[in-house]
Design a binder for this molecule. Structure first.
Ligand SMILES: [Zn+2]
Length: 187
């Protein structure tokens, strides 16, 4: 599980042990799970264990997990990422690149992330079958992993500050989760 090291950093060994206990025989072999899509049942096991353990700090932990995924991406330097950065080197807007990075970072997760430009200055990230909030009910938008991924990618790879806002969330009864991304003006 790609976010597993990140969880250890954030939640400490206690969280990792809880997740391991929940994982049971499913196994947590890092390489194998990185290569294959994680089954949703397994993913929800982790999520629910983390929810129990973290309570209200789940969202901020999820955000940090997203940021750590990107830091790992920078260390690993996957060829797809290098290729993407090269493609957008001279692009007028980096928002499409940020969208593609979000899609790439979600590879292997049970949900499905897509990115499109809603207008010239507004990137829309859509998460179908969102594994983060599936089966939950919340009054406010709940999903933070992707927002962490997006913010950290923009900052770490592009030296850009972006604002992210979840405008639709399955946990609020919407059909899918949507995150709007805009570049913050540098004063
Ligand atoms: Zn959501």
């Amino acid at each position: 599980m790609a976010g597993f090291d990140a969880l250890r950093v954030i939640g400490g060994e206690a969280l990792v042990q809880i997740l391991l206990a929940h994982a049971g025989e499913l196994g947590l072999d890092d390489q194998a799970s990185r290569d294959a899509r994680i089954p949703i049942e397994q993913y929800l096991h982790y999520r629910d264990a983390a929810l129990d353990f973290l309570g209200d700090s789940f969202a901020s932990t999820a955000f940090e997990t997203g940021r750590n995924l990107v830091r790992k991406l920078k260390e690993d330097r996957p060829p797809e990422m290098l290729w993407l950065l090269e493609q957008y080197k001279h692009a007028a807007s980096q928002l499409p690149l940020i969208g593609q990075a979000a899609v790439l970072a979600a590879k292997g997760n049970p949900g499905s992330v897509t990115a499109k430009m809603k207008s010239k200055d507004l990137l829309l990230i859509a998460i179908e079958r969102c594994p983060e909030c599936r089966g939950l009910q919340r009054k406010k938008p709940f999903c933070s992993i992707n927002q962490g991924v997006i913010s950290e990618f923009a900052s770490l790879f592009l030296n850009l500050q972006v604002a992210t806002k979840e405008t639709r969330c399955m946990a609020m009864g919407d059909q899918r989760c949507e995150v709007e991304v805009t570049v913050e003006e540098v004063p």
